[in-house]
Design a protein around this ligand. Structure first.
Ligand SMILES: Cc1cc2nc3c(=O)[nH]c(=O)nc-3n(C[C@H](O)[C@H](O)[C@H](O)COP(=O)(O)OP(=O)(O)OC[C@H]3O[C@@H](n4cnc5c(N)ncnc54)[C@H](O)[C@@H]3O)c2cc1C
Length: 380
């Protein structure tokens, strides 16, 4: 076994760290307050190659491994989890989905613009009545011969407005249940697509989240990914990998809160000494550090399995559940260590706590991860 990072992995981590501190930190509080999308920063991240990081260079990607990817996501999330989720959906779902499951013609048509970051990718699975139970798709993709007609509503779509390319999941044959579901690649500006209002969220406020309505949207047959009926299996395969990114994001948020709490505990005095000298605070920090180390190891192991072509569904569910739940605990303790100062925006930890919450919800709730984990271990 080798727990060392390569020079390249460390360089990417450092580049992400430098960018986050230099470009994301200065206006992160303002963007959180106003729910403003980090458009300028996204353009810069595209130029730096953080879009399509793991895509093959022959499609204009960076050809990096998943270890580098999770290290970068963690660094972005420490400072600005909204920016991190845009990158996570784009890289793990849109780029990975097209590169690994689309045909060559589709890859040539859609992947280079995504990998260069000229277009942002979005993934449209959830619906008003289909979240955890993603098999209950109400959006329909009616087979009309040489095209499909899409009708329905998708909910909670990250980057819905700023994306250029959508991957849409819809039901073609209801009788076949989940085997009658398809996945399509669509231009976000296709006629018949409209958006609901920007969701006024608890956290991740500068990532744009909307409902997306489809009214008689025509999609050419050549935009369907895989064989007829592959859509549900495709979505589940993508989420297995996507969860590694969300786990990295969660551990980044937690790490950001931990760093702030550690620093604060060495500066703030109570009862004549720095608060870190009170065992109650020191033990909180110790417990936070253990959770961070465990979470990071789960993320890295999942990424390593993926890089080595080994099954990673079980480990990515473990990583997602553990990192998300730990992020909620760690950020809550970071607020506690800050006392009253933790409760105001200026100290960042309350924002990190709000951001941690959604990591327990999206790309499969913590309860759903436990279903995935228990079913897998019970099967073996
Ligand atoms: C900010 C944000 C961004 C998002 N981005 C996207 C996106 O880009 N694309 C996309 O497709 N979706 C996105 N989502 C949707 C997200 O994936 C869903 O919200 C999530 O899967 C949960 O679905 P739901 O909200 O319908 O909750 P429900 O499925 O209704 O769950 C409600 C509660 O019941 C629990 N529950 C449900 N079933 C079970 C069960 N069998 N056993 C035990 N407990 C259960 C859940 O864990 C949860 O606690 C996003 C959500 C948010 C909040």
């Amino acid at each position: 076994m080798n727990f060392e990072f390569t020079e390249e992995q460390l360089m990417i981590k450092q580049a992400a760290r430098d960018f986050a501190v230099r470009e994301l930190l200065p206006d992160v509080l303002e963007r959180d307050a106003s729910s403003r999308f980090p458009a300028r920063q996204m353009k810069m991240l595209a130029e730096l190659g953080f879009f399509g990081m793991c895509v093959d260079p022959k499609y204009d990607g960076g050809g990096m491994d998943n270890i580098s990817y999770v290290l970068a996501l963690e660094e972005f999330a420490k400072i600005d989890a909204s920016a991190a989720v845009v990158l996570a959906v784009h890289n793990s779902l849109a780029c990975y989905g097209i590169e690994h499951y689309a045909n060559e013609e589709q890859k040539q048509r859609f992947l280079p613009a995504l990998a260069r970051g000229e277009k942002i990718g979005a993934f449209l699975l959830s619906e008003p009545e289909a979240g955890s139970d993603a098999t209950s798709q109400k959006t329909t993709a009616e087979d009309k011969g040489d095209y499909y007609l899409i009708n329905g509503t998708k909910n909670w779509i990250t980057s819905a407005d700023n994306a250029g390319t959508y991957i849409v999941i819809a039901q073609t044959d209801r009788e076949k249940k989940h085997k009658g579901i398809n996945a399509f690649i669509l231009d976000r500006h296709s006629p018949g697509i409209s958006l609901g209002p920007h969701e006024d969220k608890m956290g991740m406020r500068s990532s744009d989240t909307h409902s997306v309505m489809f009214t008689d949207v025509k999609v050419p047959k050549e935009n369907r990914i895989g064989e007829d009926g592959f859509g549900f299996s495709f979505a589940m395969k993508l989420l297995d990998g996507g969860r590694i990114g969300i786990a990295a994001q969660a551990i980044g948020i937690a790490g950001g809160a931990f760093d702030l709490a550690l620093k604060y505990s060495k500066e703030r005095k109570a009862f004549g000494t720095e608060i870190c000298n009170h065992q109650a605070i020191a033990f909180k920090l110790a417990e936070m550090a253990v959770k961070l180390e465990n979470g990071r190891n789960l993320v890295l192991k999942s990424a390593w399995l993926k890089d080595n072509g080994l099954p990673y569904g079980l480990q990515s569910a473990m990583a997602k559940q553990y990192c998300a739940d730990s992020a909620m605990e760690i950020t809550t303790e970071a607020v506690q260590i800050h006392g009253g100062y933790g409760y105001v925006k200026e100290y960042h930890v309350e924002r990190l706590m709000r951001e941690a919450k959604v990591t327990q919800i999206y790309e499969g709730t913590s309860e759903i991860q436990k279903i995935v984990i228990s079913r897998t271990i019970l099967k073996d």
